[in-house]
Structure formats: structure tokens, C-alpha cells
Ligand binder design. Structure first.
Ligand code: LMG
Ligand code: NDP
Ligand code: PMR
Length: 399
């Protein structure tokens, strides 16, 4: 409410006429500050921001002068009651589709601050604004997963911001179904696996330290999987089928010159490369669980959110496909979910206490109830997961 906002202002401003004050507040909070300023303020005033957040979460503005949660303390006391501080969740690829929908769902709870890690800063800012996200509930930081340097820079920038990290969601992905020849990341790896798996692999490994430091009650690392990477389903049997083989292409550098651009060493197929990358995502989640869950208490999870047939993921598909795919999923397979619904599902995996089990691949039934799903034989192969881990470590410079 304008009244509440007015009390954040210095007293000099508050002395003005009520209408005018409200107007100024509106400007500075939503329009007046440039995106860069907005960005900068994330870095310069973490304490101030936390102060506001703790007020928001209890809806008492007066408490501003009495209760301040310093970053890193998971509780503050307001009027004698203990209040959990806002959780901080990083979501990659939050500028569209599922990532944006989840960011919106989490921001609306007022219990989360969403760090939108995006390759296109302006697109993300516009998306957040048109989703109606309130400024204090999100920030945007640049991350291009097609460059390992960018990943390292992102981690550095995030640490500079002074925020704790409570949940990481590896959501961004690209799908190149009509590509006839491979494209490559800055580091020379086939793009689908480079972005969807390798970029996230480095990010997750680096940010694991930050998750360990968080004092939030439930810390989680979530990686998106998919039904199309699981050959124990009908959808996973639509050609081309996912399959990593013996990983010879990956071990060879996935560069299309000294080795194949495909993980299994075969001929390039854009749709298969995407599905392969999703197997990598699901294997990585389980390997993280095996390596780190017991010691750190961090929850590792993957999920299939349903078929969100309207997202930007299908941007490169032929127009006829994009036209027919949504009604096909809605009326024939009945696997369709809206972006809104999928966002709520991912938000559950981020924050719901009932979904805190580690090592799980979540799915939802027709009534939108979550359940622990079974992964295909290959997507749950522990030997392959370890081999994938070791090769990936070398490729991203961790080993
Ligand atoms: C590939 O082709 C391309 O080769 C590749 O380059 C890439 O582009 C890739 O995924 C992208 O696609 C895919 C091709 C193969 O599929 C199609 O082209 C079909 C497109 C269909 C798109 C939807 C159109 C639907 C039109 C319906 C109209 C909707 C209108 C709605 C109105 C409703 C009103 C009520 O696809 C095929 O080859 C087809 C054959 C697919 C068979 C798959 C099934 C295999 C089943 C195997 C069974 C295995 C059993 C599993 C057991 C599990 C048990 C639990
Ligand atoms: P969208 O294309 O709508 O969203 C993908 C996001 O990833 C976009 O924000 C995109 O950025 C971002 N992205 C792409 N490349 C990069 C990069 N190099 N660096 C940083 N960000 C990048 O797709 P969805 O929302 O559908 O997909 C989200 C996740 O859900 C994916 O992991 C996908 O595999 C998974 N999934 C989707 C299903 C579906 O039916 N749609 C089903 C099962 C799983 P930009 O906006 O700039 O393009
Ligand atoms: Mg699929 C039986 C149910 C079902 C489900 C849940 C999906 C999900 N699909 C199903 C069936 C079928 N699809 C069938 C029978 C066909 C052949 C007509 C079919 C075809 C098809 C194509 C061509 N489906 C596709 C494509 C794509 O290009 C999408 C893809 O593979 O992206 C990698 C796709 C998908 N189908 C799904 C889901 C969730 C996708 C895309 C998203 C993803 O896995 O991330």
C-alpha cells in the first residue's frame, strides 16, 4: 500500500503532500531507477534490502526500525516472534517459460528473493515486470551458460552481492530439433550438452560451497530432467531416443573435430543431443546426492514438470509443429501443463517441506499431486553417473 511505502522514505520527502509522495515512491520503486541502478543497488545495499524483506514477510512496516535481519542469520525477531528470513533462490533461465513462472510463483509468496540468472538482462527485466513481480522480490544477474568464463564470473558476482544462497535451480536449456549441424559453446563443446549439462555442472559444483554455508533450514539443489530422456516411458521412445553409449564422444571433447559432437560418438542429431543432456542432468543430480547429501544435508532433486508445450523451448521447431504440439499434448496425450501450473510445481520442489527428500525425480499425476517417479535404467545407472562426473569435471576445468 502507498502508505506503507511512504514510510520507507527519508522524512524530508514524507513531509510532502500525500499524493505527491505516493507518486515519487512509485517512480523510484518501479520506473524511475534504471535497470542498471537496480542492479547496482543489489550489490551495494544488501543489508538495507534484507531490512525491507524482513518487514515484508511480516507485513508490519513499523518493525523497520526495530528488527533487522543481517544476511546469514536465518531468523529475526519481530515483536517477540521469530520470523524466518527470506530464502534466496537462484534460477537459471528465468527469463521465460518454466523458470519465469517459478520465479513469479516464488516471488508472490513474499518468502523468497529470486535471483534470475539470465543471458539476456533486458529480456529478463521485461519478463519480470510483465509477470508483475515486485522489485524487492527479485534481482537479475547475467549468466551465459554457453561460456564457462561467464559461469565463473556469475559465481564471483553472486558472492560479491553478499546474499546467502539457499536454493539453486538449474533450469535453463536449449533445444535444437531442426539443426543439421552442431553449434558450439565458447569452450568448444556441442551447444545443447554444453549449455544444459556442462555449464550447469560447473555452476552447481562452484555454488555447492555457498549452499553449504547457508543457515537456511532446507537447502536444495534442483536440476530439471525430462520424460523424453527416460526410455521407460512412451514419450521417451519417440525417435530419436536418448542414449549416452559409452560416453566416447564426451570423453573425446564433444567438439565435432577430434571427436563426435554427440556424447555417444554418433552422428549429430539436435533432438537427441537435447535428450542426452537431460539424461546427464538426471545422472548429475543422483551423483551429487551420493557424493554430498549425507555430509551436507543438502537436498538434491530433479523433476519432470509435465509437458509445457507453449514455452520458448520449441522456438527452433518448424511452425507446423509449434501449432500442433500444444493441442496434441492437451487432447491426445493429456500430458499438457500450463506455464503457470508448471511454475507452481517447480516452486514446490524449491520450498515445500513435503518435498524435502534427496535423490528424488519428482513428477505429478493427473490431479497435480506429486510423486517419486522411476527413472529409466540408463538415467539411474550409478556407474555411468560416476564416469559422466569424472569426464565432466575435466571438461569444465575442475579436475
Ligand atoms: C524427429 O522426428 C526428427 O527426426 C528429429 O530431427 C527431431 O526433429 C525430432 O523430437 C524432434 O523429431 C519425430 C517424429 C518421429 O515425430 C513426428 O514427426 C511426429 C510429430 C507429431 C507432432 C504432433 C502432431 C500431432 C498431430 C495431432 C493433431 C493434434 C490435434 C489435436 C486435436 C485433438 C482432438 C481430440 O515420430 C515418429 O516416428 C512417429 C512414431 C512415433 C512412435 C513412438 C512410439 C513408440 C512406441 C514404442 C513403445 C515402447 C514401449 C514403451 C514401454 C513403456 C512402458 C511403460
Ligand atoms: P524456455 O526456452 O522457455 O526457457 C529456457 C530458458 O533458458 C530461457 O530463459 C533461456 O534464455 C535460457 N537459456 C537458454 N540458453 C541459455 C544460456 N546459454 N545461458 C543462460 N540461459 C540460457 O524453455 P522451458 O521453460 O520449457 O524449459 C525450462 C526447463 O524445463 C529446461 O531445463 C527444459 O529441459 C525443462 N523441461 C521442459 C519441458 C517442456 O515441456 N517445455 C518438459 C520437461 C522439461 P532466453 O530467454 O534468453 O532465451
Ligand atoms: Mg512427445 C505419451 C505421452 C507423451 C508425452 C507426455 C510427451 C511429452 N510426448 C508424448 C508422446 C508423443 N510425443 C508421441 C506419441 C509422439 C509421436 C507423435 C510424440 C512426438 C513428439 C515430438 C516430435 N514429442 C515431442 C516432440 C518434440 O520435439 C519434443 C521433444 O522431444 O523435445 C525434446 C516432444 C515432447 N514430448 C513430450 C515432451 C515433454 C516433449 C518436450 C519437452 C522436453 O522433453 O523437454
Amino acid at each position: 500500500a502507498p502508505q506503507n511505502q511512504a514510510s520507507f522514505l527519508p522524512s524530508a520527502l514524507s513531509a510532502r503532500k500525500e499524493g505527491k509522495v505516493a507518486c515519487i515512491v512509485k517512480e523510484s520503486a518501479f520506473l524511475g531507477s534504471s535497470i542498471l541502478e537496480h542492479h547496482k543497488s543489489q550489490f551495494n545495499a544488501p543489508v538495507l534490502r534484507t531490512k525491507r524483506e524482513s518487514n515484508h514477510s511480516v507485513g508490519v512496516v513499523k518493525a523497520q526500525t526495530t528488527a533487522v535481519a543481517a544476511p546469514g542469520l536465518n531468523q529475526s525477531t519481530v515483536h517477540g516472534k521469530k520470523v524466518l528470513r527470506k530464502g534466496v533462490v537462484v534460477i537459471t533461465g528465468a527469463s521465460s517459460g518454466l523458470g519465469l513462472a517459478a520465479a513469479k510463483a516464488l516471488a508472490e509468496t513474499e518468502k523468497w528473493h529470486v535471483v534470475m540468472a539470465c543471458r539476456d538482462f533486458l529480456k529478463a527485466e521485461k519478463a519480470a515486470q510483465s509477470a508483475g513481480m515486485a522489485k524487492e522480490n527479485y534481482s537479475i544477474m547475467h549468466l551465459d551458460l554457453a561460456s564457462l568464463d561467464s559461469v565463473r564470473q556469475f559465481v564471483h558476482g553472486f558472492r560479491q552481492s553478499g546474499r546467502p544462497l539457499d536454493v539453486l535451480v538449474c533450469n535453463a536449456a536449449i533445444y535444437r530439433p531442426t539443426a543439421r549441424t552442431p553449434t558450439y559453446t565458447a569452450d568448444g563443446y556441442e551447444m545443447s550438452v554444453g549449455v544444459n549439462h556442462l555449464g550447469h555442472f560447473l555452476l552447481a559444483n562452484m555454488l555447492l560451497d555457498d549452499l553449504k554455508k547457508s543457515d537456511y533450514p532446507s537447502r536444495r539443489l534442483i536440476i530439471l530432467g525430462s520424460i523424453t530422456g527416460n526410455t521407460n516411458t512412451l514419450a521417451g521412445n519417440v525417435p530419436p531416443k536418448a542414449g549416452l553409449g559409452d560416453l566416447r564422444g564426451l570423453a573425446g571433447g564433444l567438439d565435432g573435430r577430434n571427436s563426435s559432437a554427440m556424447i555417444d560418438g554418433g552422428a549429430f542429431d539436435g533432438a537427441k543431443a537435447y535428450k542426452d543432456s537431460k539424461i546427464c542432468n538426471m545422472l548429475t543430480m543422483q551423483e551429487l546426492h551420493r557424493r554430498f547429501h549425507e555430509d551436507t544435508g543438502i537436498t538434491f532433486a530433479s523433476l519432470y514438470p509435465g509437458c509445457i508445450a507453449t514455452t520458448g523451448l520449441f522456438r527452433e521447431h518448424i511452425p507446423l509443429f509449434r501449432l500442433l504440439f500444444p493441442p496434441f499434448q492437451k487432447f491426445v496425450t493429456k500430458g499438457f501443463v500450463s506455464e503457470d501450473e508448471s511454475g507452481k510445481r517447480l516452486a514446490q520442489v524449491v520450498g515445500d517441506t513435503s518435498l524435502s527428500k534427496s535423490g528424488v525425480y519428482w513428477s505429478w499425476n493427473k490431479n497435480s499431486a506429486s510423486f517419486e517417479n522411476q527413472l529409466s535404467e540408463e538415467a539411474s545407472d550409478a556407474v555411468k553417473a560416476q564416469k559422466l562426473w569424472e569426464i565432466s569435471e575435466k571438461m569444465v576445468g575442475l579436475a
